[in-house]
Write a protein that binds this ligand. Structure first.
Ligand SMILES: Nc1ncnc2c1ncn2[C@@H]1O[C@H](COP(=O)(O)OP(=O)(O)OP(=O)(O)O)[C@@H](O)[C@H]1O
Ligand SMILES: Nc1nc2c(c(=O)[nH]1)N=C(CO)CN2
Length: 165
């Protein structure tokens, strides 16, 4: 069994359409998919707001490298051009954690090192897995409580948008 927690983000063009492309392109029936959240940009603050979501996918045939290839193929399908670090993008698909694997390879850092600092990942993940644990970092609800209130307040559900069938 291989279980991946993936974070999805978009802040250019048809943001909801790109998240749908990702969810549909992941192939296996998704084990869980969060609501869509409108989130204030972190890292580079002078850019459009993001739509973010998190999904959990079980696929016994994929290891963490296969998940990375799948994520990058989806980004390419969304016409993503790599320009600025933390800059605007049509689609970002990050591997948050895969089966508790620890990897220090620059091409695939696991768990994703940005996760503990990103309310835009922690909030959607907790919605679908309230007891979630980030390997090596502890409970996700505790990580979220450690964020400044301003970070949490920048992540708002968009009840008018859905990634579920
Ligand atoms: N857990 C991971 N998930 C996705 N990509 C990863 C991961 N760890 C390392 N990478 C590598 O990161 C590289 C750059 O990714 P990307 O352009 O999405 O970075 P970014 O979104 O600007 O920043 P961040 O990775 O902090 O979100 C990719 O080529 C990929 O090989
Ligand atoms: N709110 C938010 N901000 C970001 C995001 C993102 O997904 N959500 N992704 C970035 C590039 O990795 C940079 N900044």
């Amino acid at each position: 069994m291989s279980r991946a927690v993936l974070s999805l983000g978009s802040n250019l063009g048809d943001r909801h359409g790109f998240l749908l492309l990702a969810v549909r392109g992941l192939g296996e029936p998704l084990t869980a998919v969060s609501s869509v959240y409108e989130t204030a940009p972190w890292g580079v603050e002078d850019q459009p707001y993001f739509l973010n979501a998190v999904c959990v996918v079980d696929d016994p045939a994929r290891d963490h490298w296969a998940w990375l290839r799948a994520a990058q193929a989806l980004e390419a399908a969304a016409g993503r051009v790599r320009e600025q670090r933390w800059g605007p993008r049509t689609l970002d698909v990050d591997l948050v954690t895969v089966d508790g694997v620890a990897s220090a390879e620059p091409e695939l850092l696991l768990p994703h090192p940005g996760t503990p600092d990103r309310a835009s990942v922690l909030i959607p993940w907790l919605e679908i897995e309230p007891g979630a644990v980030l390997p090596g970092h502890g409970r996700v609800d505790a990580l979220l409580r450690a964020r400044p209130a301003a970070d949490r307040d920048g992540v708002l559900p968009r009840a008018d948008l859905s990634l579920r069938d």
